[in-house]
Design a protein around this ligand. Structure first.
Ligand code: AHR
Length: 336
């Protein structure tokens, strides 16, 4: 009798336990992480972004735009890697993104060449690659899906046209050029575009051209060397970005000349500091290059994930600002 009672108690407790477990498991299904289409509700698009570094105000603005757009959108997970200006670090970052099986790779390539092998690895892993702001030089164009960014050749052409407008086509003008990072598409194309227009006008001469690596410190250093060798002979400086132009302005002042007057300053990018310099009469022409690429990258990633075709070149909207008034009226609304 005692044995039967123990057995009944055991059976009853087991039944209660089974019922409790069943209740718990049905509970987790009802609040579970599945959406209506059966996919995981919290499934995000994982984007691995390999950034060049932080050499300029422009690049910092680009990084912020991407972190802000993708970081504040629950549909994305962003994996960010800063390459400190080194292509080898970018290649490592890409391999790590491939190993982590990200959905999309975004790459701002420091230089144009040397990408074939790693991009082939991404292609083999079926991970689409979107190039951001700078282009690459590859034979097989299928190694990347799209390029989001500016027309750097056009920027160089606009810089030259505006300089000729400002100084007059009949004036004799000696120009020194501060190039960006050697091998970067932004440097190669801005140089090419500028030269295309300048060579049409025999009164305009590029007397010196050297890399200032897109940084303020290097831009200043190279401008100091230009001033030392050619001093009073320089009429204008064309800088491939604002940071180098700001370094050049400092060098010109320290040399005892007036930037914007004695030596005209033409720059590309459009960060706030160059608008302030133009408003103060220390620089003259800004060719805008838009770094706020976060929204375009997010849209491209969503489209790709939805299986849509995206444009091969997603261009950004840009303009040119010449002179004090233009800079002053644009300054309050500048976003970077
Ligand atoms: O690739 C774009 C260029 O890179 C920007 O003009 C420059 O400021 C940056 O470092």
């Amino acid at each position: 009798m005692r044995k039967t009672k123990t057995l009944l108690t055991y059976l009853f407790s087991s039944l209660v336990l089974i019922l409790l477990l069943a209740a718990c498991s049905s509970d987790s299904t009802s609040t579970g992480d599945k959406n209506e289409s059966g996919g995981k509700k919290d499934e995000k698009i994982v984007v691995g972004f390999s950034q060049i570094g932080a050499e300029s105000g422009w690049r910092t603005a680009e990084t912020e735009s991407i972190k802000e757009t993708l970081g504040n959108d629950s549909r994305f997970e962003l994996k960010f890697s800063d390459a400190q200006q080194k292509q080898e670090n970018q290649i490592k970052a890409l391999r790590s993104f491939i190993a982590q099986k990200v959905d999309i790779i975004a790459l701002a390539p420091v230089v144009e060449s040397g990408w074939e092998t790693v991009l082939q690895e991404a292609k083999d892993a079926k991970i689409p690659v979107i190039l951001l702001d700078r282009g690459i030089d590859v034979k097989d164009e299928s190694l990347y899906t799209s390029f989001i960014g500016s027309d750097f050749i056009l920027e160089g052409e606009n810089a030259a046209k505006e300089l000729i407008n400002l100084m007059g086509k009949d004036s004799k003008v000696n120009i020194v050029e501060l190039q960006g990072t050697v091998g970067a598409s932004a440097a190669n194309d801005r140089m090419e575009g500028f030269a295309n227009v300048i060579k049409e006008n025999p009164n305009y001469n590029i007397i010196k051209s050297q890399s200032g690596d897109f940084t303020r410190a290097k831009g200043k250093e190279v401008m100091e060397a230009f001033l030392k060798s050619d001093g009073e002979n320089i009429d204008a400086v064309y800088a491939h970005n604002d940071d180098m132009a700001l370094g050049a302005i400092q060098a010109i002042e320290e040399y005892g000349l007036k930037p914007g007057e004695d030596i005209k300053v033409v720059s590309v990018d459009g960060i706030k500091a160059i608008f302030e310099a133009v408003a103060a009469g220390k620089a003259n022409i800004i060719v805008e290059c838009n770094p706020l690429l976060g929204p375009q990258l997010a849209q491209a990633a969503l489209d790709l994930q939805a299986g849509k075709e995206i444009e091969r070149w997603i261009k950004t909207e840009e303009t040119v600002f010449v002179g004090k008034e233009a800079a002053e009226s644009a300054l309050p609304s500048r976003k970077y």
